[in-house]
Every structure is written in structure tokens, then in C-alpha cells.
Design a protein around this ligand. Sequence first.
Ligand SMILES: [Zn+2]
Length: 282
Amino acid sequence: MKLNIFCGMLAMAVSPVLFGAEPAIYSIKIVEFDVRMLVETRGPGRANILLDLSAAQLETYIPGGSFGSETNTFLVRGKGRTVVVDTGFGGAIFSSMKELGVKPEDVDTVLLTHMHGDHIGGMAKDGKALFPKAKVLLAGKERAYWVDQQGNAGAKAALAPYSGRVETFEPPALSAGGIEILPGIRAAAAYGHTPGHTAFLVRDGGKELVIWGDLMHVQDVQFPLPSVSVTYDTDPKTAAASREEYLSYAARNKVLIGGMHLRYPAVGSVVSEKAGYRFVTE
Ligand SMILES: [Zn+2]
């Protein structure tokens, strides 16, 4: 009897979010590339980050105002490379990599979509690089904004131990095809969330996955209403234009997209609707 009461209380106290009804790693092959989406954190999202959304719209897309949210990173292996795309908060990314048999020193390149704390948290600790052998690639515009213009302490600390191993590029527009920065991996501008926000296109044998970083934070709202931006966007208007550009590209070309704040599996295809889009996962 006592045990039953205890179990009942435990079931009430532990939300499925904490233990994760979904696993923490999702695998997908892009022909030669082995891609793993790694869940860094999972928990309730905040609806008050949405800009210009009416109460009626909110009730339509997020009844009751509660929805699940994640922070994710990606591990991409193939064509002789081991690449991490964003580093989360520096928590689960390392335990997930360990589970996959990948050591931090095996990572040869860290790609950064942008320099917000939930993407660069796993770069460094106590002044030491957590990916000791990796070079870091990011948009020059992004580094200039956070490090030079803002003098952001977190951004500076993330890059400092990689001194001499940080390379910047200027990502061309998606419509111009981006630029190849590693064999089979292209970078394209996805500005707005931050000034140098970048998407990475993993492409092989006619298959493509667009890792689009933070083009979207609240999928329940922003697929159907892509013009809605969030308070985290540096330039909400440009962020909305980029979101529409990538959604339309993904729907038209039938490529996969993957996002840092989409829910597990956080990878899927995009279908154009009469108004807005729909996200289809397997
Ligand atoms: Zn983020």
C-alpha cells in the first residue's frame, strides 16, 4: 500500500518532460553523411516571446498557451569530417557524443549558426576549448557584431581559447546557393535572428538537410504563421523574411530542414499550405 502511494506521488511529481517521452538522439542519413540531432534541453516553452500575435491566434495554435520546446545541436559525420553544428549549453551534447563514441578531440570543426548563449555554451570552460582540436567557422558579420560591437563577454570567452583556429566567411544568400565551407556542407545567410545568423546545408547525392539554426522558436505558430517573429530576434522583420525564404525553399525543393528549437525529431520536411506551411516528420 505504502509503495503504491509512493509510486503515485512519484508519477505526479515527475513530468514526462523531465524524463523525456522522446529519446535524446535522432539519426538521419544524407547519403554519405551520418547526421545526429542531439537534444540539449527539453521543457515548456514561453508563449510571451511571440510578437504581434492576437489572443485568438494564440488560442488557435497553442491552446492554453503551453507548448513543448527544445534546444538542440547537430553532429555531422562524413566525407572525412566530424562536425558539430552549435554547442548548446555544453551539457547533454557531451553525454550524447560519448554515447555515440565520439570524443571532443575527434571533432575537427565547430560550425556556429550564431552566438547566442544556448549555441555557444559548449565552446569553452575555464578558459579551455572543449573541442581541443577543432577549428571554428562562423560568419564574419556575426563575430563582428557580438565580439567587436557588443563586446559580449560570453561570445569573447567562447572564441578566446580557439585563437588562431577561428575562421570567418561571409555567407551568400540562399538564392545564390550559399558557399561551400566544408566538403558537402554549404553556408547561407539567414539573417535577422542575429545580424550574421547562418544556415548550413548538408548535401550529398541529391539529398539535402538544411540546418537552419534559430529561424523558428515556436513551431506550432511559426509554420502556419511564418510572419510572426519572437522577442529574441535582433531584427524581427528580417527574421520573418528569412524564415519565409527558407520555408519556401524547403517546400519547393523537397529538402529536409532541421532546427535548434524544433521538437524531436526536429528534422522533417515542409509542405506549403493555402496559408503558411506544415512541418512533416517521420
Ligand atoms: Zn537559440
